[in-house]
Design a protein around this ligand. Structure first.
Ligand SMILES: NC(=O)c1ccc[n+]([C@@H]2O[C@H](COP(=O)([O-])OP(=O)(O)OC[C@H]3O[C@@H](n4cnc5c(N)ncnc54)[C@H](OP(=O)(O)O)[C@@H]3O)[C@@H](O)[C@H]2O)c1
Length: 196
């Protein structure tokens, strides 16, 4: 399974460093092109264009909310490829919640990516914790996974476990996705650890 990350900021880098640490190859892209990522020193992580990154079997999307439509414009058709929605509908510096008109944020992402299998994950922790050792507290740091496509969710849960986290399946995008969504859900920013 090929893996890529669109967005090379705090969250994109945290995911890239976890993949690299575990010997999992991935491409990474930002808005300014691969040359701007030349200094990235993560073994196995290769700078790429957004178009190249979007061709991966599993694509992490880690872009500020207001910039997501431009970032994914023209990248389809997705043909069933998995997109991991790491995003939250709020952004610096104002941190004003976006009016989603009652929708779960991942449902909005799914509408932008017709044909993709969207899985919400890697969105509830601060970048430092996401990048850190998932075993630091003696158990396994928890990541939540939500999605409507069973096989896609299984693939993301397997990757979560391969990185050393404990994956917890919260159900659908509309159900679990809302629980892990910031703002609104009760789970964001909780550094939960599973023992045993
Ligand atoms: N930071 C947190 O605490 C946190 C926690 C959980 C979830 N999240 C979510 O994670 C997502 C990313 O947040 P972040 O903190 O990592 O943001 P960030 O540090 O500001 O990085 C954003 C990245 O998105 C890229 N980008 C912007 N417009 C793009 C475009 N049109 N095409 C391709 N790439 C584009 C930027 O590229 P350039 O560098 O070239 O501009 C940059 O690499 C957000 O949706 C946020 O809600 C953040």
């Amino acid at each position: 399974m090929t893996i890529a990350i669109i967005g090379a900021g705090a969250i994109g880098n945290a995911i890239a460093s976890q993949l690299s640490r575990n010997g999992i190859a991935a491409a990474i892209a930002n808005s300014r092109g691969p040359q701007s990522l030349a200094a990235l020193n993560l073994p196995g992580i290769t700078p790429a264009t957004i178009e190249e990154a979007a061709k991966a079997d599993l694509v992490f999307l880690a872009v500020p909310w207001s910039k997501i439509p431009a970032a994914v414009d023209g990248l389809g058709p997705w043909n069933g490829r998995i997109v991991v929605d790491t995003n939250n509908p709020i952004e610096a510096p104002l941190f004003q919640p976006v009016n989603l008109h009652g929708k779960a944020s991942s449902a909005v992402i799914q509408q932008l990516l017709p044909g993709a299998q969207v899985v919400k994950a890697f969105n509830h922790l601060q970048p430092g914790l996401l990048a850190g050792d998932p075993g630091a507290e003696g158990g396994q740091r928890v990541l939540f996974v939500s999605g409507d496509h069973v096989e896609a969710k299984r693939a993301v849960l397997a990757l979560v476990e391969q990185l050393g986290f404990a994956g917890i399946d919260l159900g659908t995008l509309d159900g679990g996705g809302r629980l892990a969504q910031f703002p609104g859900g009760p789970l964001p920013a909780l550094n939960l650890v599973k023992f045993g």
